[in-house]
Structures are given as C-alpha cells and as structure tokens.
Design a protein around this ligand. Structure first.
Ligand code: DC
Length: 229
C-alpha cells in the first residue's frame, strides 16, 4: 500500500493534534504536531532571555537549538537539547509568547526545513498552520480542521479546569481569538486553507467521529492512487 503525507491545518484548539495522533495510530504512520516545535523554540527563548527583535540573537539561538521527538506510551514527547519539555511547553508563559516567535521568518525557515526532512519518506501525519500551504504543498491529503470559536473555547476551558487551572471562559476565548488573529494575519506563512484542502468542521463531532470522517478521506485518496490512471 502506498504511503502518503497527510497535512492537517486549522485554528488553535480545534483538535488537530488529537486527530493527527489518532490517524497516525490507525494507519501506522508517524505523526508530528509542529506547534510543539514552535513551543519548544519559544521555551528556549524564554529560558535564555533571547530578544525577539534582535535578529543576531535569534540566529545564534537557532544554531544552539536541537529538537527531537520520541514516541512513547503517552504519545510523542519533544526534547529540547536532550531534555523532555513536553509538559513545560503547555504552560502559560510559552502559550503567551509562541505566536510572536512563530511569526519570525528565520524561525519558520528552520522549522520548515526540519519538518520537510521528517516527511521525506512519506507515511506521516503532520499538523500545524502552514503544512498544506508551505511545508508540504504537494501532500496527497490536506485537511483544514475547524470548529466554532465558542466550541473550541469550551473544550479548552474544560481541559484547563480538569487540570485544576483557574481561568475564566472569557479569558480562554480571548486567548484563542488573539492567537487566531496573529496566526492568520502574519506576513510569513499565515494560516490559510489551501485551495486543495478538504474542510472538516468538527463543531458537532467527537474525536471518534472526526477520525472516521478523516479516515474516509484517506481511503478515497489511497483508492485513487491505486487505481490505474
Ligand atoms: O498548534 P499549537 O497551538 O500548539 O501551536 C502553537 C503556536 O505555534 C500557534 O499559535 C501558531 C504556531 N504554529 C505555527 O505558526 N505554524 C505551525 N505549523 C504550527 C504552529
């Protein structure tokens, strides 16, 4: 069976990573949440006091950053210079700075280079904001995932509440709207639905239902690839 590249893009907190992981598991493909890479770079910038306005400092920092993923029982773990930072990158200081960091062209160039290398042998599901438009413009399947902002905020709010974090629904919703705005309006690789991406609105779906719809899309692509021209 041919292996393909599956690109998933979409707004913050609409379940891209969960879908990528579930598809990767179902198909026996690798899966990578590229947001984790931008988050790990942001953590390095915070830990080392890198000034985002200083191009020389950003360049130097990128030379000193080594990222790698390890696949474990709880899913992918991301390592920054050999240290597992999978928990740390989910916290608020990183969440608050990641969109400006991800808007820096040199940061994007380096992340895209690494992401393209990961997909060189296909058989990968990658999620982010520019996967179908910039990283893999020739991906065999592109999914643009979305959900209403209230539903995304509700899911994120419930998740934070379960983790014992004390935030209001309004705060969560405003953070989502702010990130969507920065990600969609930046000059370098803004979040866009690629012309050939299939829209999947999961406002009224649970994860299993989203996975079923996405697997139908995969089957359709594979059947087309296997059929004689
Ligand atoms: O997917 P996420 O919410 O963990 O991503 C964190 C931030 O990284 C998000 O605000 C936008 C940025 N990002 C990006 O610019 N390009 C990607 N391919 C993935 C994430």
């Amino acid at each position: 069976m041919k292996k393909i590249i599956i690109a998933i893009d979409g707004h913050s907190s609409c379940g891209k990573s969960s879908l990528a992981k579930a598809l990767g598991t179902a198909l026996g493909y690798a899966y990578v949440s590229t947001g984790d890479m931008y988050r790990a770079v942001t953590l390095y910038f915070i830990q080392n006091g890198v000034n985002l306005e200083d191009a020389g400092a950003v360049h130097e920092a990128l030379r000193n950053i080594r990222l790698h993923f390890e696949h474990g029982g709880q899913g992918n773990r991301i390592f920054l210079n050999g240290q597992d930072v999978s928990q740390e990158i989910r916290k608020m200081p990183v969440a608050n700075l990641v969109s400006p960091v991800a808007a820096i062209p040199e940061v994007r160039r380096e992340m895209v280079r690494q992401q393209q290398a990961m997909g060189a042998r296909k058989g990968i599901v990658m999620d982010g904001r520019d996967i179908g438009t910039v990283v893999f413009p020739k991906a065999e399947l592109k999914i643009f995932l979305t959900a209403s902002v209230d539903e995304r905020a509700r899911r994120r709010f419930e998740e934070l509440k379960e983790k014992g974090q004390c935030v209001s629904f309004e705060e969560v919703k405003n953070n989502l709207l702010a990130r969507d705005r920065i990600d969609s309006t930046r000059t370098d690789s803004p979040l866009l639905q690629a012309n050939d991406a299939l829209l999947l609105d999961n406002t009224f779906f649970n994860l299993e239902q989203s996975v079923e719809v996405a697997l139908d899309m995969v089957r359709a692509v594979l059947a087309k690839l296997d059929s004689p021209a």
